[in-house]
Design a protein around this ligand. Sequence first.
Ligand code: AMP
Ligand code: MG
Length: 397
Amino acid sequence: MIPYDKALELALSCVSKPLPTERVLLLDAIDRVLASDIYANRDFPAFDNSAMDGFAIRAASWDKELRLVGEIAAGEHKEIYLNSDEAIKVFTGGAIPSGADCVVRVEDAVLDGNTLKVLKKPAVGQNIRKKGEELKLGELVLKKGTHLRAYEIGLIAGFGIPVIEVYQKPVVGVLSTGDEILDLGEQITKPTQIRSTNNYALVARLSQIGASTLHFGIFPDIKEQIAKAVELALSRCDVVITTGGVSAGEKDFVKEIIKDLGLELVFHKLLVKPAKPVLLAKGKDKLLFGLPGNPVSCLMALDVLVKPVLLKLSGREDYLPKFEVATLKRAFKRSDAQRREFLRGVCWSDSGKLFCDYSDKTQSHMLSSYIDANCYVIVPEGVSSLEEGQKVEILRF
Ligand code: AMP
Ligand code: MG
């Protein structure tokens, strides 16, 4: 059994470079990963403009009677020079005329006919958004490897860029194994049959992680059938995930088929709880993760081990899991202290401090332990009890 840190290192080392890139429309780029740096092709803001509806004046002449000489709306381009005894009405986003050095809010002035009286002394620069104050022409705005969220997409639109280069999404194939497993819609004919949860949860989670998914179905514990299905999946996908059949039982065939498929075993069996039997095998530009059938094992292995690999493959710079430290709300005890345990838990902030609690449903078949959970609470190897108020590591979903 290998420790989690080592397994993660080995798994990540199987990805030597990200997938190739492609060009997509900006609106198709949500949750994709930028594959080339984006530089400012213009100052941001592009010109000095008003942050308020108000009057552009010279700050030094604020206590004089000022003559209103015109107005500038957002988008209006006017060649105006403002003299010291003058004021110009400006709207939010409107260009500041040369000669003016501040904007007085509408509320801070009284207009009587064409005469403006300013009520409060303004500071130079007040309410003016300066050209280039946010981003300068030529400045690096977004680095390659950036995860594109709505915010970054808006920023790119602000530079008028309609098509961008992103990394291809990893194509991940999912297939489940088990004689007892039924798919949605299949008739239950024996009370000992169960519905498959794994393939549905995996496909859903994988699309959240930013992968394209292909679902290859559910296969009985027949070695040849599983081998054929995995072979097909490998031919179509960058990464294949199987669930079930990876432990030490007589009907656990996933490990046995690796050699026949021309794959090399990277590891099998981790010092973690749940998900001990996880297997990783690699071929040329292909990875096969054999995840255990227990629903929690399978999802937890996806979150803590497969996800970082997929993020790295997707070109993300920040592919490593971000562990945080939180204060445990309740003591925890376990009888088997050997492995690193990932409990399902909740974390929350209170008065600037991060707290966490864990689900009492600690076993690997209890998928409902995820209800309301938003993180894993981690119990280190060799530790059999945690105390209330103790600092522990957590990993948010
Ligand atoms: P295995 O890893 O094949 O030994 O399966 C471990 C446990 O997970 C057994 O109780 C299986 O019935 C259950 N299991 C396996 N595959 C699935 C699945 N796709 N959905 C839900 N439970 C499963
Ligand atoms: Mg099985």
